[in-house]
Design a protein around this ligand. Structure first.
Ligand code: G6P
Length: 373
């Protein structure tokens, strides 16, 4: 590979540490440092007419990119009141789905070569609904996906070599937020005060990601509790639900420990039956509108002798006690918290995998880019 691992033991770790820079680069596409209260004039400037006609968003992706899409759904609907559906490409392509007129179809793919995602896009183009606009959110400008879509929104993550996606994911989230803001501005569905607040918060992200990287030592200590475990649960609510899914995906793909991500409110409908002292439960707990509900879910688990490993906001009032371990994350704005909380789950999975001696960058049976069905 032309990319060098440098001082890092694995590409994955190097790529985790590149996130502040990668996110800063992606932000610069749309935000002018000197004028943080508005988007840059040249950001998606040629696509304003297309974006202004959008009445529904359909997101299609696979794997980690699908989880980025799930976060974007929350953003499109809650910030913009624009309806948004998100689906894994391997299902979408075969179920003869309804694509609404005036849909913006967003295909999210690091590689731009994932067979299922490309096929789903081609399926939609064949249906040819009125007012269709297709957009590739992609890390590879020369990819098939970019060639076959109307709009190209790049992630400027740089080459990602570790099979487990890290910096591609966080830059996808940033680019999706920029797209939400641009579409919201064009359609006047986001007022200028909201827009400038979010732009200000976005500019803090590189610094906040650095701060999350400083949690490496306590997260490594936490990872020791997972080394000999068979199964693990990740919990989150709202914007953190997709991050819980992503945490479980990261852990299973590189450490080979069975892991499931769950919306914490669904615990009582099944996974609570699994809880015992041998199944660690990871919880994503930023200070947001769901925190009190989440604490109640944590209590349900704790009362059943589950051992909790919590990434909590420093102002969450969650305190360590028996069978409750806490790593504190700096306070961040609720809307962008999923980006910041991605880092701790990446580091946790990484350290568990290293302790178990697996091939972190090239996990068994998996490929970086799945170009066949
Ligand atoms: C593979 C990779 C994942 C990735 C998924 C989708 O499974 O191992 O890391 O999330 O494909 O890839 P894409 O390039 O379409 O984002």
């Amino acid at each position: 590979h032309n990319a060098d691992k440098g001082e890092f033991k694995h590409y994955m770790l190097k790529e985790i540490y590149e996130q502040p820079d990668a996110v800063a680069r992606t932000l610069e596409m749309a935000i002018d440092n000197r004028q943080a209260s508005a988007l840059r004039d040249d950001f998606l400037a040629r696509n304003e007419a297309q974006l202004s006609g959008v009445q529904h968003v359909q997101i299609i992706a696979c794997g980690t990119s699908y989880h980025a899409g799930m976060v974007a759904k929350y953003w499109f609907e809650s910030l913009m009141r624009l309806s948004c559906s998100v689906e894994v490409a391997s299902e979408f392509r075969y179920r003869n789905p309804v694509v609404l007129d005036n849909s913006l179809v967003i295909c999210i793919s690091q590689s731009g070569e994932t067979a299922d995602t490309l096929s789903a896009l081609r399926e939609i183009k064949k249906q040819n609904p009125a007012g269709l606009v297709s957009l590739a959110l992609c890390n590879v400008p020369t990819s098939t996906l970019v060639r076959e879509t109307d709009i190209f929104l790049p992630t400027l993550a740089g080459p990602e070599i570790g099979v487990a996606s890290t910096k591609a994911f966080t830059t996808q989230l940033v680019a999706l937020m920029l797209l939400v803001l641009k579409t919201g501005a064009v359609q006047q569905r986001i007022d200028s005060a909201n827009l400038s607040t979010l732009l200000g918060e976005l500019q803090k992200l590189p610094g906040q990601l650095y701060a999350s990287l400083h949690l490496d030592a306590p997260i490594k200590a936490m990872a020791e509790h997972f080394e000999d475990k068979k199964s693990c649960l990740f919990l989150g609510r709202g914007l953190q639900f997709p991050i819980a899914l992503e945490g479980a995906l990261k852990l299973k793909e590189i450490s080979y420990i069975h892991a499931e991500g769950y919306a914490a409110g669904e615990l009582k409908h099944g996974p609570l039956a699994l809880v015992d002292k041998d199944m660690p439960i990871v919880v994503l707990a930023p200070k947001d509108s769901m925190l009190d509900k989440l604490k109640a879910n944590m209590q349900e688990v704790h009362a059943r002798h589950g051992e909790l490993f919590v990434f909590a906001s420093e102002d969450s009032h969650i305190n360590a006690e028996e069978r409750l371990h806490v790593v504190y994350v700096k306070a961040v704005c609720e809307t962008l918290a999923p980006i910041v909380y991605s880092v701790p789950i990446q580091l946790l999975s990484y350290h568990v995998a290293v302790m178990r001696g697996t091939d972190v960058d090239q996990p068994r049976n998996l490929a970086k880019s799945v170009t066949v069905e």
